[in-house]
Design a binder for this molecule. Sequence first.
Ligand SMILES: [Zn+2]
Length: 392
Amino acid sequence: MLRYRRRAVVLLVVLTAVLLSLTVYAALRDTTPPQLYVEAPARLPVGAPLALFASADEPVTLTLEYAGGTVQVVEQETTFDVPAAAGANVAHLMAVDGAGNETTYDALVIGVPALEPVLSVVEGAVSGDPIGIWVRGLPGTAADPLLGATVTDVSLTVAGEGVPLRRLEAEDGTAEYRGAVATVMTVDPATLDVDMSVVDEFGRVVTARRQVVLERLPVTVEQLQIAPSVLAVVTPEGRDLEAQTIAAAWENALPDPLWTEPFVQPIEGVTSSGFGDARRYAQGGPVSFHYGLDLAAPQGTPIHATNDGVVVVAGPYPIKGGWTAIDHGDGVFSYYFHQSKILVAVGDVVKRGDVIGEVGTTGLSTGPHLHWEMRVRQAASNPLAWVGKTFP
Ligand SMILES: [Zn+2]
C-alpha cells in the first residue's frame, strides 16, 4: 500500500514539474509581441476609404482608433476602409495576441478637403459692356500644400467660349483667377451662361454656373449723312489694309497686363455718337454697330493714352485716318481714329495719360472728333465702362 502511495506522489511531483515547465515555457514564448506590418496613406481626399492595410505574424485582435471612431477585428490581416476625415489625424493601430501582448503603430493621415472656389460675376450688364469674371477662394502660395488640395486646372466659359484666365494672389492669402470678356453686341434680349470648372490633384471637379442678363442695345437705326466724297475713302483695298494691320498686331498681343491703375478717358469732349449705336453709312445700306465712342473736340486737342501699354499701330490709314492702337496686355487694346497728328511710333512704350496724338478729322469722318475703342481679344466693348476702373 505504502509503495503505491509513494509511487503516486512521485508521479504527481513529476507531472507537476512537467506542467510547470510547460507553463513557464509557454509564458516565456508568449511575451513576444506580434509583429505588425502596416501600409497607411499619407494624404487622401476627405471621404475616400482609408485603405489602411495591417498584417500581423499571428492571429490578433486589431483595433484602429481614428478621428474619434474605433474599429476592431480579429484577423491576422485586414484593410480598414473607414472614410478619411478632414485634416491631419493620427491613425492609432493596436494588435493584441492571445497572450495579451500588444504592438502599436501610429500613422499620420491627412484628409484633404475639396476646393471651394467661388464664381463671381455681375448679374446684369448692357450689351457690349466688358465684364470681369473671378474665381476666388483658391489656395494661395502661402497655403500649406499638404493640408489643402492643389489646383490642377481652372477653366471658365462664357456662352460656351473659353476665357483666358490670370492667376493673382489676393490680399487675404488666397489665390484668385480673373478673366474679362466684351459681351456680345445685340439688339435681342440675351442671357449669357458663365461656367466654371476647377479640378484638383485628386481629379475632383467643382463646377458652378452664373447667368448674366444683357440689356439689349437701342434698336433705333441712325442714317448717317456722309458726303459721297468722304464715303469714297471706303474701298475694299483700304478695308483689307486696315484689317491686316490690326490682325498682325493681335497675333503678337502681349499676354501679361501692362497696366496697374484705372483707365482714363483720352480726351474731354462731347459724345457725338455713342458706343453701340446702330447706323447706316449709305441710304439703304447695311446696319452696323458703332464699335467705339465718338468724342467731338476741336482740331489739335491732345489725346491721352487711356492706360499703360505698347504702341502697335501708328500711322495714316484710309478709313480710320490717323490711327493709333495700344496693346495694354492681357487681351486689351485701345484704338484712336481720325487723328490729325500722331506723336508716337510702333514699339513705343506709353504710360497712362501720355499725349499720343491730336484730334482731327482724317479718314471716314465728317468733323473733328476722336473715335475711341476698347477691345477685348478683338471684340469691341463699351469704352466708358472702363473709365475709372482697373478691371471691368
Ligand atoms: Zn466713331
